[in-house]
Design a protein around this ligand. Structure first.
Ligand SMILES: Nc1nc2c(ncn2[C@@H]2O[C@H](COP(=O)(O)OP(=O)(O)OP(=O)(O)O)[C@@H](O)[C@H]2O)c(=O)[nH]1
Ligand SMILES: [Mg+2]
Length: 295
């Protein structure tokens, strides 16, 4: 592909605490829902690529899991993902929720050396508080890092996002497009389907259930009349199986129905979703299993 010498491109990592609104922000900047979002922390577990292309530029966003001190293997893999995105990025957006702005020690350590990278502070959720409070929070965080700039946004209602896009454009360096211009993300359909099931699982179940589960797409058949999807819900302990299924299968039926609706919307086709619960004892503590399930 011939590209003009004026073409610009760059990788933009979106990093911050769980629930800061990283995935919501990326989706909103792209104008498409690429990354799942819920009100629960630690929704994102992978690096989710979101590609924004124009004729003479390409911005590759890297949405990342929220930064935490990892307690088990799955969380360790999630933190490796954040670190990889940080290394790969040209520009880093540190996202801070204006109502929950304490910066954990781990983030300080991560950004102690930022040579050659552009670093922006993004204060998110400004719809939730006063300008005065927002300014105070920004000042507090600015004292701790050397930012190239600070922007105030609401990923939810879109305030400040045009300015953020313009700022990113200004900082892009000359470079080729790394992906075809009509591409929005890189993972295959089955990845997004697993994520959509996991999103519904996060929304419908409580306490440790979302954090103990992962989705394994066993079969994905694109048939003429519908897509047939066979997926396993993997849980960490035997006692969680009953909770997932619920009394007379009510809970899993509800999960299946809501996930199917979201998937049908995504593939724009009828879907048959076959869900089964499997116990894989302590899978999230086991490096081999964590890798096996795609983390
Ligand atoms: N009021 C308000 N809520 C927001 C805003 N941005 C995100 N949220 C909400 O914050 C919650 C978390 O959003 P996510 O985008 O999933 O957050 P995240 O940083 O990706 O979280 P993890 O993937 O868990 O690390 C959701 O309920 C969003 O609707 C905002 O600008 N204003
Ligand atoms: Mg997220």
């Amino acid at each position: 592909m011939q590209t003009s010498p004026d073409h610009r491109s760059g990788y933009i990592a979106i990093i911050g605490k769980p629930n800061a609104g990283k995935s919501t922000l990326m989706n909103r900047l792209l104008g498409s829902k690429v990354s799942i979002t819920t009100h629960k922390p630690q929704t994102t577990r992978h690096q989710i690529l979101g590609i924004h292309s124009e004729e003479d530029l390409q911005i590759i966003f890297l949405d990342t899991p929220g930064v935490i001190d990892p307690r088990y293997e799955l969380q360790k893999a999630m933190m490796k993902t954040v670190d990889r995105a940080r290394r790969d990025a040209d520009i880093i957006l540190l996202i801070a929720d204006v109502t929950d702005y304490e910066i954990p020690e781990r983030i300080f350590r991560m950004f102690s050396s930022m040579k050659g990278k552009t670093f922006f502070l993004i204060i998110n959720k400004i719809d939730k508080t006063s300008d005065q409070q927002t300014e105070a929070v920004a000042k507090n965080i600015q004292e701790k890092f050397d930012f190239d700039g600070t922007l105030f946004v609401s990923a939810l209602n879109g305030n400040g996002l045009q300015q953020l896009m313009d700022t990113i454009r200004d900082y892009l360096k000359p470079g080729p497009p790394f992906y075809p211009k009509d591409m929005l993300s890189e993972q295959p359909i089955r990845f997004f389907v697993a994520e959509m099931i996991r999103e519904q699982l996060f929304l419908l179940y409580h306490q440790e259930i979302p954090y103990s589960s992962t989705i394994d797409i066993v079969q994905y058949d694109e048939r003429d009349d519908l897509d047939y999807i066979n997926a396993d819900i993997i849980v960490n302990r035997n006692s969680q199986k009953g909770i997932l299924i619920g009394k007379r299968g009510k809970a899993i039926k509800k999960l299946g129905e809501s996930a199917r609706e979201v998937i049908e919307d995504f593939v724009d086709k009828k879907v048959y979703l076959d869900l089964h619960v499997k116990v894989r004892d302590k899978w999230r503590e086991d490096p081999g299993r964590v890798r096996h399930y795609g983390y």
